[in-house]
Design a binder for this molecule. Structure first.
Ligand SMILES: NC(=O)c1ccc[n+]([C@@H]2O[C@H](COP(=O)([O-])OP(=O)(O)OC[C@H]3O[C@@H](n4cnc5c(N)ncnc54)[C@H](OP(=O)(O)O)[C@@H]3O)[C@@H](O)[C@H]2O)c1
Length: 322
């Protein structure tokens, strides 16, 4: 089968499409014929692996242990392991599994895999899991969120566009958002009542305060944002920060002052994918897609994701059925 692979860490050019063995599902796995995948920020960082060198302890010190690429998929079940009960051959599914940017991928039945929402195309479905599942789990330290005022910083990214919709439609929060000029209308359409154009206004200087500030792109800081938090408010960031200082700051704020800093820790959970599936079916969640590429354009796609300027998600078309 055709799959995106990389034998070493480095810039996007280390990626290529190669013919590799089709994976064989274990007893508790399904084999999915992939129609669409995506390039997430995490996928791109995993290839370069420069910002977070310590992650190489898990991924391979000198060379990547796993040479396949990609995590989000949408496709059709092609084969099922003997212990699989939830899925059958021919089911349309979507989810997260390592090596998803390939014609076939295996996924554990108990992992983040669910029936594809009928109203979405394969491309649209592939762009749902990563941002939504990371946003759901990362917002947990700030719960309960019903009725709270929440500002989402970096609201036009994959996690940001997911967070705005989940906060407005699932958590019942009052959502404000910060993004650049081009994305103001989009972010408003996702459910933000008040949108600050970060190129024209500094939200920390407009006198407004929030119960929660969710830094979905990890580019702000607790130090600068704290004056915009109400007493007892929480700042959650997706990034470890300069010299990985966020866990230390988080610990410090447990003992000093009334405002808390937290690191959002994203996880991919099956139950969250099922929840998002219901929101999609109810018309309360949609994937925002910026650009679409084919597998052969993988280097260009990853370069664009690395620019940090994508709006929502970048899709990879794997088959003509995408
Ligand atoms: N903690 C975890 O478990 C975990 C897991 C996965 C990923 N992450 C991190 O989560 C972050 C967000 O991921 P993502 O997939 O949502 O990223 P993304 O889609 O690439 O984010 C792109 C958006 O970020 C905004 N942006 C770029 N530079 C900015 C700046 N200097 N200030 C404000 N906004 C800026 C841009 O919006 P505008 O230009 O429109 O403002 C753009 O739309 C990444 O840093 C990633 O490393 C964390």
């Amino acid at each position: 089968m055709r799959a995106v692979v990389h034998d070493r860490y480095g810039p996007p050019d280390v990626l290529r499409v190669a013919d590799v063995e089709r994976p064989v599902p274990q007893d508790d796995e399904v084999l999915v014929r992939v129609h669409a995948s995506t390039v997430t920020r995490g996928d791109a960082m995993g290839v370069r692996s420069a910002d977070y060198r310590f992650t190489r302890v898990f991924t391979g010190i000198r060379r990547p242990r796993r040479t396949t690429f990609g995590s989000e998929f949408a496709g059709v079940v092609d084969e099922v392991g003997t212990a699989v009960t939830e899925f059958k051959i021919g089911d349309e599914v979507f989810g997260i599994a390592g090596g998803a940017s390939a014609e076939y991928v295996t996924a554990r039945e108990s992992g983040a895999i669910a029936p594809k929402p009928a109203r979405l195309t394969f491309e649209e479905a592939a762009a749902v899991p990563d941002g939504s599942l990371l946003a759901l789990t990362s917002l947990q330290p700030a719960e309960p969120l019903r009725g709270k005022s929440v500002l989402v910083y970096g609201a036009a990214g994959s996690i940001g566009t997911a967070a705005v919709q989940l906060l407005a439609q699932h958590f019942g929060a009052e959502v404000s958002a910060v993004c650049d000029t081009n994305d103001v209308e989009l972010v408003r359409s996702l459910g933000a009542r008040d949108v600050v154009d970060r190129l024209r206004e500094d939200f920390t200087k407009n006198g407004k305060t929030y119960d929660v500030i969710f830094d979905a792109v990890g580019k702000h800081s607790f130090r600068r944002a704290r004056r915009s938090l109400k007493d007892g408010g929480t700042y959650v960031t997706m990034d470890l920060g300069f010299m990985y200082h966020v866990p230390l700051v988080s610990l410090g704020t447990r003992f000093v002052g009334s405002r808390r800093a937290k690191l959002g820790i994203g996880r991919y959970r099956k139950e969250d994918l099922e929840l998002v599936n219901e929101l999609v079916d109810a018309g309360k969640y949609r994937a925002v897609i910026d650009r679409r590429y084919t597998l052969d354009d993988i280097v260009e796609a990853v370069r664009y994701v690395e620019s940090g300027q994508k709006t929502g998600n970048v899709v990879l078309r794997v088959s003509d059925a995408a």
